[in-house]
Design a protein around this ligand. Structure first.
Ligand code: NAI
Length: 348
């Protein structure tokens, strides 16, 4: 079921397959230096097994950075299932993935990601102890999305203070790409703060709901990154900031929930050259893993613990931006360096 693949960049990478249920996927443990590798399980249709492998490698590396930046005693890992979550997901398939996670004996903790729900996590929990994001149980944390959105919202205010001279988002035009679990909550908070919203999603019903609920204007999914706005909030897919989109950006601040927003590390330089402030995604969106970590770490009084970690995350973003300004560095690179140093220090 678990077939180890050689890797020079990750601590351990496994191909996961189960003929009986049709499961095909990967589990990648990027680093366990700060603690057990933790990161969600994603299910989606990939163009090829190679594309799925690349995704799990990138995402698990991102989790190492995200968990470290959030000050959590957790390393970075991720799992993917190749398939359509609407038509290919079966209890048998999920249970097979649960057995694969269990076989790693706690070196990897899973939770939901795209294409997964708390009910799916409950299915995995029949086979493994190392699953979080459950709706019920002694330390259940449920849907992390509202906490993720809160972290993004906090980060956006810190970014606005740096880019516009005030953390007040009232009157700011924010272009939100993706109105799913996180995007919708972010729109709710932004609307509450008096921002005006321009939104896009592939799902017309979601767009209609957001337009109605928050008086948002709508944009085509292919245009949302280049609409006239103060802030661009990518809350859908990765790789949205790339050689084609960056020259077209009109916002002065980018802060969103999506993982791996930069197509490559050098895209951060291209964005900075346009005097756009890009907030490192894994710091902005760390709220969700904080919520999940309370479950993994079995925190008894979770609400104050989560609130305190969210505030620390906000301060971390503020420190990164201040230091980057003082050193004339690019915040995304500075964040990477800071985490690299932290991991090396802990490893000694
Ligand atoms: P979701 O699956 O609930 O929502 C994503 C939305 O984006 C969907 O409504 C989808 O129709 C839309 N979408 C997809 N492609 C699009 C495109 N090209 N243009 C416009 N809209 C598009 O996902 P969720 O949970 O809201 O997550 C959003 C992003 O944030 C993902 O990248 C996810 O990995 C990341 N993230 C989510 C966390 C969470 O707590 N849910 C935590 C940290 C990161």
């Amino acid at each position: 079921m678990l077939n180890k693949i050689a890797s020079t960049t990750h601590e351990a990478v496994y191909q996961v397959s189960d003929a009986e249920s049709g499961l095909e996927g990967f589990i990648a443990l990027h680093s366990t230096r700060l603690g057990p590798a933790a990161g969600g399980l994603r299910m989606r249709e990939y163009a090829s097994a190679q594309a799925a492998l690349e995704d799990v490698l990138n995402l698990s590396r991102g989790m190492t950075y995200k968990n470290a930046a959030a000050g959590l005693p957790l390393g970075g890992g991720k799992a993917v299932i190749i398939g359509n979550p609407h038509s290919d997901k079966t209890p048998r398939l999920l249970r097979a993935m649960g057995r694969a996670v269990e076989a790693l004996e706690g070196r990897y903790w899973t939770a939901e990601d795209m294409g997964m729900s708390p009910e799916d996590m409950a299915e995995l929990a029949h086979e493994t102890r190392f699953v979080a994001g459950l709706d019920s149980g002694s330390h259940a944390s449920g849907d992390p999305s509202p906490v993720t959105a809160e972290g993004v919202f906090n980060a956006m205010k810190v970014g606005a203070e740096h880019r516009f001279g005030s953390a007040d988002l009232a009157g700011k035009r924010v272009a939100v790409q993706g109105l799913g679990h996180v995007g919708w909550h972010l729109c709710r908070m932004l609307h509450g703060a008096g921002a005006s919203l321009i939104v896009a999603d592939m799902d017309a019903a979601r767009v209609a709901g957001t337009v109605k609920e928050f008086g948002a204007s709508l944009a085509e999914p292919g245009d949302i990154h280049r609409v006239e706005a103060d802030i661009f909030a990518p809350c859908a897919i990765g790789g949205i900031l790339n050689a084609q989109s960056i020259p077209e950006l009109r916002a002065k601040l980018i802060c969103g929930a999506a993982n791996n927003q930069l197509s490559s590390a050098s895209d951060a330089d291209a964005i900075a050259a346009r005097e756009i402030l890009y907030l490192p995604d894994y710091v902005a969106n760390g709220g969700g893993i904080i919520n999940v970590a309370a479950e993994i770490l079995k925190i008894e009084d979770r609400d104050p613990w989560v609130a305190e970690k969210l505030e620390t995350l906000r301060q971390t973003m503020a420190r990164i931006l201040s230091k980057a300004r003082a050193e004339r560095a690019i915040p995304a690179h500075l964040a990477d360096r800071t985490v690299d140093e932290l991991i090396l220090r802990e490893a000694v």
